[in-house]
Design a protein around this ligand. Structure first.
Ligand code: 9MR
Length: 459
């Protein structure tokens, strides 16, 4: 995708002069006088975040502004596919973990960006297609969301999957060519891996009611009607010198579908309108009660991917710009939403979903249950093993798979066989369980596993 060309196109068609008209207050305003973005946003039940390049966390001028002004962070690059799985099946979390630690130490929530995106795919994935790619991408979602489980406020599960221009349809990519259901398969895998994270779809050039945003709107409506787990939509908002007059109305129509909305990558071209546009975007978010927060795509102008556009809230020396003042004033003037500001879910969430209360452990041996996340042509199985009253020093779980189903990948267990009767043995760190203790393993496969039941043998 050529972002700059897309951006210019968006700028050309955007409606000028309609900002004031669009910003009608819909909630009761409660003026306050926070003196930092993070304090003012938190006071109104929102977060104010920045994209961070973790390499800059050792630059004190950068960290001073980041810690003072922001209570949410997102990795500018470090949680993307090429960074987290540079070789297939070899995961690298150094940068992402560093950012999460920084956030936890400084009272910040974390947005996760991005589990699947046609850009910044690692080389090995770029050359894949079909069911092999589908398996690899679902495995990626599962592994990365599992690694960060309990630490992410909201994940961009899928980024930029819709086409620019007037079609309102999907963008062509190797991901899209695995089948139109790839987005919902990804959301299901993310939910299974981290039930506590909000799951978002994220895109750009969606800054008003247009063909692209309407295509996304229709997908979200369809997902909600079919129970596909989606919680939020991210509006990147890489903006030019004007703002669509229906920016707020567009956010509101998504919110009305029953999802949260978030401004996820805000930056605005320098020009006479920069400060005005920053203020208007902030007011629009404040006026939509399901707009839970705003993230700017960098801290200081010189940190921005937009180079000489000087598109951010602080100059290269860390001084506040006029745009900063407008944002702060809009936060302080805006209405509250009745919830606490988002915090990261507890670092160690319960492994059992609330709908699945613990059952009595079996008297001896062990028991196993499976939950399946299926899509056309494949599935991920998450298996829970519960030790009986004698505990276990090892366990073995068997399945009889339907014909046509085949195991392609296993984690936290060792598989023997891949079709028909397949057995999974504990690995060295999860075989020894106390009475009633639970552990989980998973496997991924092609075909369908619907209706399978596990049997558990303890040793
Ligand atoms: O800011 C990111 C830049 O450092 C990377 O080189 C670039 C790679 O494509 O991605 C930039 O971030 C993008 C984000 O991940 C998705 N939306 C558009 C952002 C700007 O291109």
């Amino acid at each position: 995708m050529n972002h700059r060309r897309a951006l210019r196109a968006a700028v050309t068609v955007a409606v000028t002069g309609a900002l004031a008209a669009a910003m009608t207050m819909t909630l009761t305003s409660t003026a306050s006088a926070g003196t930092t973005l993070r304090a003012s946003a938190a006071e109104k039940g929102r977060y104010f975040g920045a994209a961070v390049a973790t390499g800059k966390l050792s630059t004190s001028a950068y960290v001073t502004v980041l810690n003072r002004e922001f209570n949410s962070v997102v990795a500018e690059n470090e949680m993307k596919w090429d960074a987290t799985e540079p070789q297939q099946g070899q995961f690298r979390y150094t940068g992402g973990d560093r950012l999460v630690s920084h956030a936890q130490a400084n009272g910040m929530s974390v947005r996760g960006h991005a589990l699947l995106w046609h850009q910044q795919e690692p080389g090995w994935a770029q050359s894949m297609s079909g069911s092999a790619l589908r398996s690899a991408m679902i495995n990626h979602v599962t592994q990365v969301a599992t690694h960060f489980r309990g630490k992410i406020y909201a994940w961009d599960v899928v980024n930029e999957a819709f086409a620019d221009g007037g079609s309102g349809g999907r963008r062509d990519s190797n991901l899209q060519r695995t089948g139109n259901d790839w987005i919902e398969a990804a959301f299901r895998a993310a939910r299974a891996a981290d039930p506590g994270a909000k799951l978002c779809y994220n895109d750009y050039n969606t800054d008003g009611v247009n063909a692209k945003s309407t295509g996304i709107y229709n997908m979200v409506r369809d997902f909600k009607s079919r129970g596909v787990p989606i919680d939020c939509v991210g509006f990147q908002s890489h903006l030019g010198t004007s703002l669509a007059g229906d920016y707020q109305a567009n956010l509101q129509r998504f919110a009305d579908l029953g999802v949260d909305v978030q401004i996820t990558e805000l930056d605005v071209m320098t020009g006479g309108n920069q400060a005005t546009i920053y203020g208007a975007v902030t007011r629009a978010c404040m006026n939509v009660s399901r707009c839970t927060g705003i993230t700017v795509w960098g801290v200081r102008d010189c940190d921005s991917w937009r180079g000489s556009d000087n598109a951010l809230l602080f100059d290269c020396n860390g001084n506040k710009k006029a745009a900063y003042t407008n944002v702060l004033n809009a936060l302080n003037a805006g209405p509250s939403i009745p919830t606490d500001p988002p915090t990261n879910p507890p670092t160690d969430p319960p492994t059992d979903p609330p709908t699945d209360p613990p059952t009595d452990p079996p008297a001896v041996g062990c028991s196993a249950s499976v939950s399946l996340n299926s899509w056309t042509g494949g599935f991920v199985a998450t298996v829970k093993v519960t030790a009986g009253s004698a505990g276990t020093s090892g366990w073995n779980v068997g399945f009889t798979l339907p014909s046509g189903a085949s195991v392609t990948n296993t984690w936290s267990a060792t598989a023997s066989g891949s079709t028909g009767t397949v057995r999974f043995a504990n690995v060295n760190y999860n075989g020894r369980l106390g009475a009633g203790q639970v552990t989980e393993f998973g496997f991924q496969g092609t075909g369908s596993a619907s209706g399978v039941t596990p049997t558990c043998t303890a040793s």
